[in-house]
Design a protein around this ligand. Structure first.
Ligand code: PHE
Length: 333
């Protein structure tokens, strides 16, 4: 009875059962040896041993039940669910900052009546260069170090070929933006061989220069969520004439920090190339340049994302670190 009171596990209980009431158990052996007792003692001894066996068996059973009950209770306690506790947080995915930027700018442009168009990343020289007023002898082809395939096709160096494809497909008037990947033979801390651009094209009758300037500043202000100073500099692209580049006020220091790591103290950030579409390009799109004109622009989406989200290293955008991607830079989406 002492050993029975001390045990806590079913296995120990089994061991005790075997020890006393098993085939070779102490009590069993005693019961078997009754025959060796003198006759007159046998009856009393037998009765006593039977009572003892009943006692032991019922105590074994009782202890077994108690152990099982205790175990059940313990498990129940361990597994009990408190339904009043707040739910565990779930790590939600987020858009990659570049994708978020792409969506944001596309949304802004859709608000101005533009549709989103797309074209292939593996492109023909014809669309990537020829149609964009860059014949094979044109020195501007050197501006864009190109990845060629053995068959003469190439990885598009900019999203501008989509201008041609869209004009051929939809005709005029036309307003499109085309976000997508572009490729150049560049690889250093500030250049990646693959990056993301967004092309814009508007073709209509009598499109004034001022509409381009207004569209670009509206887009930048809407994207950064505040009114930024902007300036347009004369530039050169073979497919636009005149051509310009847009600088916006440094989103980091607004020109107040001569050691600013973003604008390097210039106070300005180059964010887009643009211009009035060259008549040769309109013609290549099978639209009559005497009836229609327009403007086009190209912006670097990676750079825009870096500026908006304060990302200082371009490589962070492309190394696929999950913790970085889950950090929620992508905003509320
Ligand atoms: N395609 C040019 C580039 O990649 C950008 C651009 C697009 C300039 C449209 C003018 C008009 O550098």
């Amino acid at each position: 009875m002492e050993s029975l009171n001390a045990i806590t596990a079913l296995q120990e209980l089994d061991e005790l059962r075997v020890k006393y009431t098993g085939k070779k158990g102490e009590l069993t052996l005693l019961l078997r040896s009754l025959g060796k007792l003198p006759k007159e003692l046998r009856k009393d001894a037998g009765q006593e041993l039977n009572t003892l066996r009943d006692e032991i068996e019922s105590k074994l059973e009782q202890t077994g039940r108690k152990i099982r009950d205790d175990e059940n209770e313990r498990q129940e306690k361990a597994q009990r669910i408190d339904v009043t506790l707040p739910a565990k947080g779930r790590t939600a995915g987020a858009f990659h900052p570049v994708m978020q930027t792409m969506h944001d700018i596309a949304n802004i442009m859709q608000g101005l009546g533009y549709s989103v168009a797309s074209g292939p990343e593996k492109e023909e020289e014809f669309y990537n260069f020829e149609c964009l007023n860059m014949p094979s002898w044109h020195p501007a082809r050197d501006m864009q170090d190109t990845f060629y395939f053995p068959d003469g096709t190439l990885l598009r160096t900019h999203t501008s070929p989509v201008q041609i494809r869209a004009m051929l497909q939809y005709g005029a008037p036309l307003r499109i933006v085309c976000p997508g990947k572009v490729y150049r033979r560049d690889n250093d801390p500030t250049h990646s061989p693959m990056f993301n651009q967004m092309e814009g094209l508007l073709v209509d009758k009598d499109v004034p220069f001022s509409v381009m300037k207004g569209t670009m500043t509206e887009m930048m202000n809407a994207f950064f969520g505040r009114s930024l100073k902007s300036r347009f500099r004369a530039s050169y692209f073979p497919f636009t004439e005149p051509s310009m580049e847009l600088d916006i006020e440094c989103v980091e220091c607004s020109g107040h920090d001569e050691h600013c790591r973003v604008c390097h103290g210039t106070g300005w950030l180059e964010v887009a190339g643009m211009g009035m579409v060259h008549p040769n390009v309109i013609r290549a799109g099978k639209i009559d340049p005497d009836k229609y004109n327009g403007f086009a622009f190209g912006i670097g989406l990676d750079r825009m994302a870096m500026l908006k989200y304060g990302i200082s290293d371009l490589r962070l955008l492309f190394d696929g670190s999950v913790s970085y991607l889950l950090s929620g830079l992508g905003g509320e989406n």
